[in-house]
Design a protein around this ligand. Sequence first.
Ligand code: JHZ
Ligand code: ZN
Length: 400
Amino acid sequence: MMHCRVCETKLVENIDFGPMPIANNFVEDRKSSLVDHFHMRTGVCPKCFCYQLFDQPAPEAMFNENYPFFTSTSRRMVMHFESTWHNTVKKLARPGDLIVEIGSNDGSFLLNAVADGFNVLGIEPSKSVHDAAVARGIRSINEFFSLDLSRRLKAEFGKARVVFGANVICHIPNVIEIFKAAESLLEDDGWFIFEEPYILDVLKLNSFDQIYDEHVFLYSATSVSQIARTAGLILVNMDRISNHGGSARYFLRKSKHRSSDVAVEEERKLGLQDLETYEEFASRVRTLEEQIPAFLQAAKDRYGRIYGYGATSKSTTINRYCGINNRLVEKIYDVTPRKIGTYAPGSGIPVRSFDERVEDNPRCFVLYAWNHKAEIQEKEREFTASGGVFVEFFPAPRFC
Ligand code: JHZ
Ligand code: ZN
């Protein structure tokens, strides 16, 4: 696909990452973990400035019964969704209203709405996490969101006061259909609210690891406001939040409401509507492609062995693009039962339980879960007090 998924203008190529595996393909067979699945290239639309992948694997290849990312593995993310419910979404709804979540994962957000007596519906195509939500008593539908599904839901459950999504809208290639589906599911005074990594923060931090198979788009107010218009919606507000190294939360309503171009105007001033901004980012990413493995090699020379902290989706892009394998990074520790005992995609680095660290006695961690730095540093006070160090990559590799 060489044309913008939103406005069909020819894309301007931005970064060529080369062959890539599926970022969350954590499997027990080392050989299959090394299989590449697609050629990862990004482009920017010169008309609507939607930043996107040229190609993406089929949705079913990414989101299925083996999907291993569970929202509840981060205590802070669980707290974040609790406060998102109480401080934002709940304030826009009345008890008894229907709250629909697209990509509801293990129910970490909807649990809060259930506890307050709201009517909830989760939509989750990945069976692994859908089952976890059902086990927690959340009404969840194991399907991809679509126009067809929204019609069926409306017939069965009525209209929704809020359609919410966290870290999911940027995963969906047929975005115009999804916006139309949200629009048709909403009450006239309803709200479509979603949040996810914000391209401005990615450009500022050089955090190219937010680019992987699942993230077919990296959005801005500029691009979201234009997609909204194609679907009978308008952007009424955008908030910046700190998750995932910097996210944006977009508030959309039906087009009879009043739109705001404050965020779009701010982005124009910051260069998000200039192609050079993206070209400069690409050139900084190419520098990191050299710097990251060199820095890790130096860290290994100094500390003997280095270990990964958090088998994130993001780590797949870093490892594959920078050619990092298990000769450089010994293993990656992770708390997720589904990831333990597997190999990290594209690198062959074993993923192991933190139980093994007592024996390994790591002195240097590669902070692949850098977006959870505060939570991890709090947990790892003893490690750092005893001289242990972390390596972080963005905006440039360093010890922290
Ligand atoms: P984390 C996922 O990306 C996938 P990932 C998805 N595509 C997306 O958009 C983002 O989330 C939002 C582990 N961990 O959150 C748990 C520890 O071991 O950075 C996770 O496996 N110890 C939907 O995968 C991983 O690290 C800890 O103390 O990049 C973190 O993954 C903590 C805090 C985490 O998301
Ligand atoms: Zn476009």
